[in-house]
Design a protein around this ligand. Structure first.
Ligand code: ZN
Length: 438
């Protein structure tokens, strides 16, 4: 089994929410000697240094400055949020005695039916009153605590004929009987050494407690929650950390809110990436225009998982441009630029994979299927540079338990390590000098 499986499963298990996923990446960066910068303070950076910055505790940008200072950017971007249910400000519903239910809003495009009849828990962050003011603390109930029960088939004979779930009515999670008022918040507060009366705010989400599993005739599949897009978040991080410092400026970006359109202060449609890169340039004493030149000479991989061929529904896929699990990194295309890939970025990334010995697959939707979009195109409206949209093939995207291929983790890490190390120099618009080192 791949050396990467267990570390990846450990990261997944510790990442029930975007806050936790960023926290896990942050801890790995600190362990590797990265220095935290704060957006509310001046950036102090030096050539040869390695740094990261977070925004809202749910997005993160890390970078390694080469010895020569500002240099062309080499960026991976992935997202840490997944479809979920966010508990409302007043989360307890006691309208049907003796039950206490949890009232939550849908976050992103979940396959609703997959959330029913399975153990759920609650995690996120609490804003806690302290003697100095307020402090955000990550929290996780960490136990089976709620279930969204199905209606018995005897009361809904049509459930197997295509049932339209109503989020407000069908998706209320059962939490207990005659529960004490605010018992959930009190338990979460106790978990972060705070008192209930000191909880001044919260961002809390339901998450599935189903553990990850490696399965299949030869153990070729891996199923877990939040593979989209923590599989890319983790493989990008692993490659970024192992690639070391290069002659260009390596950047690792994690964004929140991709599942709801990226339009937030910390999403890919925010100023976060440009703010960070331009402030980095200023801190390195760059002349006007030099940061723009570093972007123009840069290359970005927008990494978000792709739709693997579903064996029961092959009619949903383009016959020539469909992809499989365990068959390598996927390059995603869209003529209408839902994906940023074009001939140039596909060729550049293809050469990188060729040098890495990693197989490449090509995904294009059927021409009568709209498909999804992702970070690359949105981020390019703020920081424009050659970008390729890539991902790993998976089944059941946006189910609470998704499936991917075990061999693909190492394909992605190997490809992105070469991505972070390769010499790619722009000679002219449309001409590149390439140099690959092992
Ligand atoms: Zn995604």
């Amino acid at each position: 089994m791949s050396q990467y499986i267990q570390p990846f499963l450990d990261y997944l298990a510790a990442s029930p929410t975007a806050f936790h996923a960023v926290d896990g990446a942050q801890r790995a960066l600190l362990d590797a000697g990265f220095v935290r910068l704060n957006e509310h303070e001046a950036f102090s950076v030096r050539p040869g240094g390695q740094y990261f910055v977070t925004r809202n505790q749910s997005s993160l940008i890390a970078f390694r400055v080469p010895e020569r200072g500002l240099a062309p950017f080499r960026i991976t971007a992935s997202h840490v949020d997944s479809p979920a249910f966010k508990l409302k400000a007043r989360m307890e519903d006691r309208s049907v005695k003796p039950y206490t239910r949890l009232n939550a809003e849908k976050y992103g495009g979940a396959i609703l039916s997959t959330w029913l009849d399975r153990p759920l828990s609650v995690a996120g962050r609490l804003l806690v009153r302290t003697d100095r003011g307020l402090e955000s603390r990550l929290c996780d109930l960490g136990r089976d605590a709620a279930v969204i029960p199905n209606l018995p088939i005897h009361f809904n004979r049509a459930v197997n004929d295509g049932y339209a779930f109503n989020v407000q009515k069908d998706m209320m999670a059962l939490w207990g009987e005659d529960a004490d008022e605010n018992a959930l918040l009190a338990e979460l507060a106790a978990g972060v050494k705070a008192k209930l009366e000191d909880v001044a705010g919260h961002d809390l989400y339901l998450y599935s407690r189903m553990p990850a599993s490696v399965w299949g005739g030869k153990g070729e599949y891996l199923s877990a929650g939040r593979l989209d897009d923590l599989e890319c978040a983790w493989t990008c991080l692993t490659a970024f950390l192992s690639a070391g410092t290069a002659e260009h400026l390596n950047v690792y970006a994690l964004f929140d809110n991709e599942e709801v359109g990226s339009q937030s202060k910390q999403g890919a449609d925010s100023t976060l990436l440009w703010d960070t890169l331009s402030r980095l340039g200023e801190a390195l004493g760059a002349a006007p225009g030099e940061v723009r030149a570093a972007a123009a000479a840069g290359f970005m991989a927008s990494a978000d998982n792709a739709q693997a061929l579903h064996p029961n529904h092959i009619d949903k896929y383009d016959a020539q441009n469909r992809v499989l699990m365990n068959q390598g990194v996927v390059i995603k295309y869209s003529a209408n630029q839902k994906y940023t890939t074009d001939g140039v970025s596909a060729a550049l990334f293809g050469e990188i994979c060729r040098a890495a010995g990693v197989p490449v697959q090509h995904f294009v939707n059927r021409s009568d299927v709209m498909g999804g979009s992702t970070l690359g195109g949105i981020s390019n409206t703020h920081v424009s540079l050659n970008t390729v949209d890539i991902g790993l093939a998976q089944l059941a995207m946006h189910s609470v338990w998704e499936t991917a291929g075990v061999r693909d983790l190492s394909y992605m890490v190997d490809a992105l390590r070469v991505f972070y190390r390769a010499g790619l120099r722009v000679r002219a618009d449309g001409a590149w000098d390439l140099e690959f080192r092992s």
